[in-house]
Design a protein around this ligand. Structure first.
Ligand SMILES: *Cc1c(COP(=O)(O)O)cnc(C)c1O
Length: 445
């Protein structure tokens, strides 16, 4: 469910024609629908209330870290799941109360832990025993105990892409199951640590409820064991990972998901935290791109567009599918690859499928690009990262300016010894003998 539809012959974000946004802000451009993301977070919240237990929605900031997005969700009562100091500072800058921030991640540095403790975040999800040593030392120094949950690895391997599966034994994530009781007991024994419960996150783009049910039933069993050991457990963080529809997937509804979670944890009386990212944002955003050229070879037809794998890297990284539709309504389809300008064969947006039969200069839209889109974009090929627009009804707000090219090398430094040397005359090598060296530099001493 989203708010990108054709109106009067052209594709709109809510009530704003995407063509106008492309004209005003250039392409490539990420465009988000406020109504869609608000609807998703509200539905997530109400699904849990209806299932019999409310939950804190700690939005997974890595899915879409834009301040305006994080703020829009915070305005709905959401918190933030952060995985770096940068995301922590970002969440605070966006106005998320520290008491609604969960700090996850397998490799937190001591300075990151310190900052989290200083600002008073809700909890650290600890994934490795050594992190407890750091937290203990910092907590002692600051004179305030560190609230922690142990992220355990329930050894469930959902059917999803290898790179986004996190709950298996062979994975780097979480405390190994067999160690969980001992580690939890150790944390309880420390005067500087305040263990509140457990956390888990088994992967992303999960399309059936079964892996969630199995993982959470295991977690519930562990909670009972910990309590039998006399250890307090009051909060469970069930992670994110619910899949969305990119093509023809049929993900479970939020209501069924919430029912499954609440049923698996029934009777434990724990507070709940969820860390959704994709399910909130994927279908709340699109990537707008313009066709630069049409190109035909004997075997294939290509649409060369102005977005590349540096802008939307999911196709190159995971072989992911994004539906590509025309901004102009009623365009026929043709078989063609939609490719970007980057010097990599993996730089495709759509491969081997039916795509709109549009001419050079026309606009295309890659759907479901609101999560892991702009947040995974890079400056590869010295390309400025795209701008972002948030649409609300008939209004559009620029929430991220496109980078200026000069920003891209603003922090690069050519050492003095290199800049003292005048580059050789540019004609030296052109058409010359490739064996003969260019003229030596004037004087180097
Ligand atoms: C990435 C991540 C999430 C969010 O996953 P989605 O699939 O986007 O819902 C939640 N929790 C943790 C720990 C993560 O690493």
């Amino acid at each position: 469910m989203h708010h990108f539809h054709y109106r009067e012959g052209e594709l709109c974000a809510e009530e704003v024609p995407l063509r106008e946004l492309a004209e005003r802000h250039g392409t490539p451009l990420f465009v988000y629908s406020h109504a869609t993301l608000v609807r998703h977070v509200r539905r997530y919240q109400s699904a849990f209330r209806t299932a019999g237990q409310g939950a804190l929605i700690a939005f997974s900031v890595k899915a879409n870290p834009n301040l305006a997005i994080v703020r829009a969700l915070a305005n709905e009562g959401a918190g933030a799941d952060v995985v770096s100091l940068g995301e922590l500072e970002r969440a605070l800058a966006a106005g998320v109360p520290a008491g609604r921030i969960v700090f996850a991640g397998v490799g937190k540095r001591p300075d990151e832990l310190r900052r989290g403790l200083e600002v008073g975040i809700l909890q650290f999800n600890v994934e490795v025993e050594g992190e407890l040593d750091h937290l203990e030392a910092i907590a002692k120094e600051l004179g305030r105990p560190a609230p922690i949950a142990l992220r355990v690895n329930p050894d469930v391997t959902p059917q999803t892409h290898d790179y986004i599966r996190t709950g298996g034994k062979v994975n780097k994530f979480g405390i190994p199951w067999e160690r969980a009781r001992a580690v939890y007991a150790r944390a309880v024994a420390s005067p500087h640590l305040e263990p509140v419960g457990l956390a888990c996150h088994i992967g992303s783009q999960i399309l059936t409820l079964e892996p969630f049910r199995i993982a959470l039933e295991r977690i519930a069993g562990l909670v009972r064991e910990l309590r039998a050991d006399g250890l307090p457990v009051s909060r469970l963080d069930v992670g994110g990972g619910l899949g969305v529809r990119y093509r023809d997937e049929v993900p479970p509804s939020l209501e069924d998901y919430a029912d499954t979670v609440v049923a698996a944890l029934k009777g434990l009386g724990c507070e709940l935290i969820c860390e959704p990212g994709r399910v909130i944002m994927a279908n709340a955003g699109i990537l707008l791109t313009r066709v630069l050229y049409r190109k035909e070879t004997e075997q294939k037809r290509f649409l060369i567009v102005d977005q590349g794998m540096n802008d939307l890297s999911r196709p190159a990284l995971y072989g992911a599918y994004h539906e590509v539709i025309a901004v102009r309504e009623g365009v026929g389809l043709m078989e063609a690859d939609v490719v970007g300008p980057i010097c990599e064969t993996g730089d495709f947006l759509s491969r081997g499928g039916q795509v709109p039969d549009v001419a050079a200069g026309e606009l295309l839209c890659a759907m479901s690009a609101g999560a892991y889109g702009r947040s995974m974009s890079s400056n590869y090929n010295t390309r400025a990262r795209a701008g972002e627009v948030l649409v609300r009804g008939a209004e559009a707000f620029l929430v991220q300016e496109r980078e200026e090219l000069s920003d891209l090398w603003a922090r690069e430094i050519v050492p003095g010894f290199l800049s003292e040397v005048a580059p050789p005359a540019s004609t030296a090598a052109v058409g010359g003998d490739p064996e003969s060296p260019a003229a030596p530099p004037a004087s180097v001493d």
